[in-house]
Write a protein that binds this ligand. Structure first.
Ligand code: ZN
Length: 312
């Protein structure tokens, strides 16, 4: 029986990001383990754990609970290391071949911490483990896997999320769950297969979907899978379905953002470009243009400094 580990940064993420896909794997005979990376803030642990257990009872998934601290103000670096160690131990003990979890740029610090822990575990795993990345709080940069949701799984997914009154009462995540399924089916297929690809025969009739980016590490090399629709029963790509990763930013977290420094933005504004570093970098011979701009900027700063102050 193949095993999949879903890594859920918070209780309820499994019910929003990938419930239909995990249920389809369960129906196909997979062992589904939900690795609950955290239970939220300490004062709500009991309530959130009870909600999580109720949701997993509906789904028929196993639970592995960790109590990592991934809230704002926690030591996220230590939590990442601890989670990574715990996950790699679980992968080894269960023989899991698939990990499902957040993308490194999912727009929540806790989700990003968990994604970095997964990235390390997948990289260090003794044999290739496939990682399906999803994103709830940000757009998935390059989806490659479209999983159509079956009607019965949509109903179960809704029922799972209904087990979280503490969360859905605070903010109506049920509407987000429905919207993501719809958005993935309409926009996601265009992003995965290229604009203009719908309606493709493979995609016709998909009204609800979950989206993933499918990667793995083989002998210290990252690979990304070719775009595909997840079949029924769901399978992993064969060895010919992979190619070497051509864009490392697919795996990177928000920590690369300092590339966009304020001085670069002001420089490109001065040069009449709309504030984009990549346009600056893609111009032919940018340094020649820079040589023209810097003296001009220095001259104008100099003349401003010598302007007579206006009398009021
Ligand atoms: Zn979350």
């Amino acid at each position: 029986m193949p095993t999949v580990i879903h890594v859920s940064p918070h209780p309820d993420d499994e019910s929003i990001a990938a419930p239909c896909t995990l249920l389809a794997l369960r129906d196909a005979g997979w062992r589904v383990i939900n690795f609950a990376a955290s239970l939220g803030r300490p004062e709500v642990h009991a309530r959130r754990e009870a909600e999580l257990r109720a949701a997993l009872d509906v789904a028929g998934f196993e639970l592995h609970t960790s109590r990592a601290a991934i809230s704002r103000g926690d030591d996220l670096g230590s939590s990442r290391k601890a989670l990574s160690f715990e996950l790699i131990t679980l992968i080894r003990d269960t023989g899991a071949v698939l990990v499902v979890g957040p993308h490194a740029r999912d727009g929540h610090h806790g989700h990003q911490t968990v994604a970095r822990a997964i990235r390390q575990a997948v990289w260090d795993a003794p044999r290739p483990v496939t990682w399906w990345m999803w994103s709830i709080w940000a757009d998935l940069p390059r989806p490659t896997l479209v999983a159509e949701c079956a009607e019965k799984h949509l109903d179960l997914g809704r029922e799972m999320l209904d087990c979280y009154p503490g969360e859905t009462g605070r903010n109506d995540y049920r509407r987000m769950q429905e919207s993501l399924w719809t958005l993935n089916a309409v926009r996601g297929v265009e992003k995965a297969f290229g604009f203009g690809s719908a309606p493709d025969a493979r995609l016709r009739g998909i009204t609800h979907a979950e989206l993933f980016t499918e990667v793995r590490a083989v002998r210290r090399r990252w690979q990304v899978a070719a775009p595909r629709v997840l079949g029924a029963p769901p399978t992993l790509p064969g060895d010919t379905g992979w190619r070497d990763l051509d864009d490392i930013s697919l795996l990177s977290s928000t920590r690369l953002r300092p590339l966009y420094q304020p001085w670069m933005l002001s420089l490109s504004a001065r040069m009449g470009w709309p504030g984009r570093y990549d346009e600056f970098a893609s111009r032919p011979r940018p340094w020649r243009q820079l040589r023209r701009v810097v003296p001009a900027a220095a001259r104008s700063a100099w003349s401003r400094a010598w302007e007579k102050p206006r009398r009021s």
